[in-house]
Ligand binder design. Structure first.
Ligand code: GDP
Ligand code: IMO
Ligand code: MG
Length: 423
């Protein structure tokens, strides 16, 4: 079985938790896009572990964890994460594999990301991890890949060309003194010594696994509305966070994908800039931010929160072809006496049923709400779907109807056991 799991909103839906649950049965867990802009939280035995690059499946013993070709990797961040995991006695050396086609993030990518954010009008609110500039180099065909780290001569040649070009750009555009080629070369050849043992052609490994009918789980990062093509452009990340990204970002055929699970939060959150049509008023924002602990797992920034946006969820179900939904953080709504659901947008007196491409239109859309009574009972202790309050089940059924997709998992807390698998 080959399952793609994606974020159906603006990221931070709880993908890490759901991947961790599903990993128990998987053989391979594969990241296929994004980089250490992601922050996937898993709570194991009351210990919270945040993964940025390594697939969340690493927390289970003997699962092969692959960083696919579509990911961009900052070696310094990767080594830091590996060491952190090892401190928690997690087996990394035995289970991690990195595609030789992965593009590498260099400090000039991080700096360009930060400088652009500081100087640009209408900033995006990036994580400043160098993601956009690294993907730009990839598409511009001047990027440096993991395979280059295995060939010192070629690596140094490519690095030289890149450092010279970036330094000139940094000086002319931002008046910055740039980077020393020698220092970078030394640093990255050092990283190569640590990570070269993980580097291989991971699509061959996946092809063999598919032949042997192994269970492969593809772990999406970010979310559909942050997808470079289908999100709220330009307030997006620089990769395809939607289901299609799993095929190009791991080197597997779409014909081999059996299920697409969308992780959907019971309400909406967004970190970074860009419109959020269903945004809460201040009081509710404070309450939900606190109860849902809505602070970024990567940058610590507060996440803006709002009501469930059905237009976004429908767009997501359509673009990804969701076969099922894992609905998370239902418990965060336990204390609300009224719960709103946005079912359409109104723009210039017209009702929009579909998600608009034009960011100005989206910024001026007014959500059309329907309202449901809250259940006013705690749900975290519910073990089965039938244990959930009737009003909570009604809410879930309404969301499922809006997305035209079955909800197969309901998450009612951050811990593994706080999960309801619907039969
Ligand atoms: P990801 O990026 O999609 O993996 O999500 P994050 O880890 O950035 O954010 C999700 C947060 O919600 C984490 O702190 C999780 O521990 C937490 N979480 C996940 N599922 C639930 C849930 O059902 N209820 C509650 N209260 N917290 C949850
Ligand atoms: P996970 O995988 C939420 C957002 C940033 C910014 C935009 C572009 O944990 O869900 P970037 O650094 O990627 O160029 O920033 O995307 N962003 C995320 N928001 N969750 C994430 O990952 C995110 N990764 C990037 O805040 O708005
Ligand atoms: Mg996150």
């Amino acid at each position: 079985m080959n399952v793609v799991l994606i974020g159906a909103q603006w990221g931070d839906e709880g993908k890490g938790k759901i991947i961790d649950i599903l990993s128990a049965k998987a053989d391979y867990i594969v990241r296929y896009q994004g980089g250490n802009n992601a922050g996937h939280t898993v709570v194991v035995n009351k210990k919270e572990i945040i993964l940025h690059l390594v697939p969340s499946g690493i927390l289970h013993d003997n699962k092969k964890c692959i960083i696919g070709n579509g990911v961009v990797v900052d070696p310094e961040a990767l080594i830091k994460e590996i060491n952190h995991l090892k401190k928690h006695k997690i087996k990394v050396d035995e289970n991690l594999l990195i595609s030789d086609r992965v593009h590498i993030i260099f400090p000039y990518h991080n700096l360009l990301d930060s400088l652009r954010e500081e100087k640009m009008k209408g900033k995006i609110g990036t994580t400043k991890r160098g993601i956009g500039p690294c993907y730009s180099d990839k598409v511009n065909r001047c990027g440096i890949r993991m395979v280059d780290l295995l060939n010192e001569k070629l690596f140094l040649e490519k690095l030289k060309v890149n450092v010279e070009e970036k330094n000139e750009f940094l000086k002319k555009i931002y008046g910055h003194s740039g980077f020393s080629y020698d220092e970078l070369a030394q640093k990255y050849l050092g990283y190569a010594k640590t990570i070269s043992k993980f580097i291989c052609d991971t699509s061959i490994i996946l092809a063999k696994a598919i032949k042997k009918k192994k269970y492969i789980l593809f772990e999406g990062a970010q979310g559909t509305l942050l997808d470079i093509d289908h999100g709220t452009y330009p307030f997006v990340t620089s990769s395809n966070a939607t289901a299609g990204g799993a095929c190009t970002g791991a080197g597997v055929s779409p014909a081999n994908i059996s299920k697409i699970i969308g992780v959907v939060k019971a309400y909406t959150t967004r970190v970074g800039e860009g419109p959020l049509p269903t945004i809460f008023d201040k009081d509710l924002m404070d309450r939900i931010q606190k109860k849902g602990r809505e602070f970024g797992a990567t940058t610590g920034r507060p996440r803006r929160c709002g009501w469930f946006d059905g237009v976004v969820a429908r767009h997501s179900a359509m673009i990804n072809g969701l076969t099922e939904v894992a609905l998370t953080k239902l418990d965060v709504l336990d204390e609300l006496d009224e719960i709103k659901i946005c079912t359409a947008y109104e723009y210039n007196g017209r009702k929009l049923k579909y998600f608009p491409a034009d960011i100005d239109v989206l910024s001026n859309c007014k959500p059309v709400y329907e309202s449901m009574p809250g259940w006013l009972k705690e749900t975290t202790s519910c073990k089965k779907y039938a244990d959930l309050p009737v009003k909570a089940r009604r809410y879930l059924e309404r969301l499922s109807m809006i997305m035209d997709t079955r909800i197969s998992i309901v998450s009612v807390g951050s811990r593994r056991r706080e999960t309801i698998i619907k039969k």
